[in-house]
Design a protein around this ligand. Sequence first.
Ligand SMILES: *[C@@H]1O[C@H](CO)[C@@H](O)[C@H](O)[C@H]1NC(C)=O
Length: 185
Amino acid sequence: MPRNYRLPSYHRQSPAIRCLNFLCAVLLTLVLIAGIILFVLWLSLRPHRPKFTLTDFSIPNVNRQSGAANLPVKFAVNEHNPNQKIGIHFEAVYGSVYYDDELIASGPVMYPFYQPPKGDTLVQGELAVGAGSVGLRLVLNSTVRFQVKVWDTKEHHMKADCGFKISGDGSLHQEDRNTPCTLYF
Ligand SMILES: *[C@@H]1O[C@H](CO)[C@@H](O)[C@H](O)[C@H]1NC(C)=O
């Protein structure tokens, strides 16, 4: 049996230093656990942006009307809130139709509304355009605020940009139905 089975002296620290090391380890562990909890909370509370899908667009009287006087265009865009628990407040939605980057129709299309979690709203509008065209873009813009219970969220200006083509009879090309719109937030 070895006579001296104690640890070498450099391992024998004073009780004060051992205590300090222990406290440091406990503190670091607590900070780590708090960090993980905050990260998980942030992941589950973080708001996701709404999704927009163009479901219909038409210029119903494109052939019946001579002249370029105020053709009505009709459209429907589905707005979806992908959040499990977070509602979204929309201010008034404003619609603009572009042909070749030229604004051909615009106006307010929807009153302010509240979108509950997981909800969908069909934003339908009717605007007047000057002439029937082929490649068009519909842009919806609004101001939104996420309703997170824990904190107050700021306002975001958003713009949904939907590009599509219409056929000679003024209806939406079949392959452009239900295409997602690009969201600028
Ligand atoms: C939406 O766009 C129109 C026209 O560009 C603009 O007048 C209006 O201020 C915009 N609204 C928001 C909330 O950004």
